[in-house]
Write a protein that binds this ligand. Sequence first.
Ligand SMILES: [Zn+2]
Ligand SMILES: [Zn+2]
Length: 644
Amino acid sequence: MASLVSVYPLVTARALARPFTYLAEGVDKGAVVTVPFGRARRRGVVVGLADDAPPDVEPVAVERVVGSVPPALVDLALWLADYYGSTPARALSLVAPSSPARRKGAGRRAVKDDLPAEDVPRDLTQGQQLAVDRIVTALEAGGGNFLLYGATGSGKTEVYLRACAEALARGRGAIVLVPEIALTPQAAGRFRGRFGEHVAVLHSSLSEAERRDERERIAEGEARVVVGARSAVLAPVRNLGLICVDEEQDPSYKQESDPRYDARALAAKRAALEGAVAVYGSATPRPESWARLERLEVGGRLARPLPPVKVVDLRREAGYPLSAPLLAELGAIADGGGKAILLLNRRGIAPAVHCRACGATRRCASCDVALTLHGDRRLHCHHCGFQEPAPTLCSDCGAAELARLGAGSERLEAELADRLPELELFRLDADVATSASALAERLSGFSAADRAVLLGTQMVAKGHHFAGVTLAAVVDADTGMALPDFRAEERTFQLVTQLAGRSGRDAPGRVLVQTYQPDSRPVALAARHAVEEFLTGELARRRELGYPPFRHLVRVTVAGPTADGPQAVLGELRAELEQVQDTELLGPAPLLRLRGRHRAQLLAKTGNPRPIAARVGRLLVAAAPAMRRDGLSSSVDVDPQGVS
Ligand SMILES: [Zn+2]
Ligand SMILES: [Zn+2]
């Protein structure tokens, strides 16, 4: 017998963000169907039975069932849409398969019955064993959330591997999230080595067909351990028991386009919905996790103590970006062998070109930022991609006294090649790592080389495990601290600490940090590996200022062709939000112009973001026709990453 079902057609328009009623037979929650919609045919997801058709509407039948989503993932997607101020259809699109499953020949892929035993360390440390035991207890008791805290190299991955094995032994599946899979091929390799064909790896360079095949292996229960970046938190793993979030402090876990979800928050929600355990691992945890989660401590580095950190005061040492102490360390590698990793978190030759005569800085015509000089002798805008030939004369006063301010990764590479030609250089930044294969080539080149330097942006600080690295250096620790972001100190501390962890994993190592602010908290505490002291101070500061984890943030951004338009819309929005309880409103405040669009933001600090996000969503829908007429666009971001 046919019954009425509620279907969200997968359309992006906010105005259509409601379920529609159809007739269907034998169709359950989570079915992916095609339905007639307006004059077209759409895919949609069944979210449940409908009580009644709306009056005056004759419901029509769904056409076809083309796939399915586990009901728990439907609930997770609807929560995501609500919490992050998106629409159910946009969120359901993340979990619904994009096309009908392809049939595979039987035995296409051989599945090993037992788990290969190679590479399993016989004994765990006491800390590792206690962590695994606690995770297993929680798994059997119906779930929990933990912070797995330990220095780089302390064996956190082994805890994930053992916890996965324990979940599998109980008939449960597991998801392991890593920040950027292209940067951490070793992580996926260790899981494959331990669990063989039970592992599915989801990464951005998979083709659409490969992704569909992996998804099918997961949905059918053939692959029971999923390793992947952010979106793998939504993988259709059966009977999920465990979610591990490695390097939980990494900002790439937040999606920066609608739906602007945070995979870490989703992991906690999914674990709660499915009775699973969520484990967040880090050597430099977020203050949020430090304050909220039960801690499992695996202690210090396994093989060797953390290397000593030397702070180089750039106010006293000339030669930036290569000070005398840094050159001496690199010279020792050139003479005696070894490897170095150098972090300079800025691309190009120089971040600004400045006129010595009149003081003007060459800026992008459509964004309020200085243009960066690159090695191709052109000025680039890092926001909109605009380029122009580097000028020889100042465009304001005509003087020929143009100075390059600061240093980027290309300049560092050029100076190293000039000063220490014996060293083989491998640069890693967004200008050269344009594909996964280009990236892998450089990483394997560095891995095989001797007397070599890996240099570049924060990509070099991620979880690579290179043998023979004896020096790690932060060329300019101040780049991050100048950013107008309440997380600037946290990011600087994490970056310095992580880079320090790359050195001396198998031989005595050295760490150098160059800075103009040697007494700043993040630099001084990272130099002492004082993670807990940093987090305690950071939490006190955030409590005082009303930042996460004590308050949530909701940011509304409006962009338009004039400066006045966004300000006016946000001013009206502010007036409508004034009476919401337990909420402090900041702004509207102007933001940097981007791609020729003027922008402004309204920031809410609140104890409970959902009523604010929901109310903002309704107000923006009501304002949509007028905003469209005036060329204005808006976005809502709950718990955003970079906020001033
Ligand atoms: Zn000038
Ligand atoms: Zn620009």
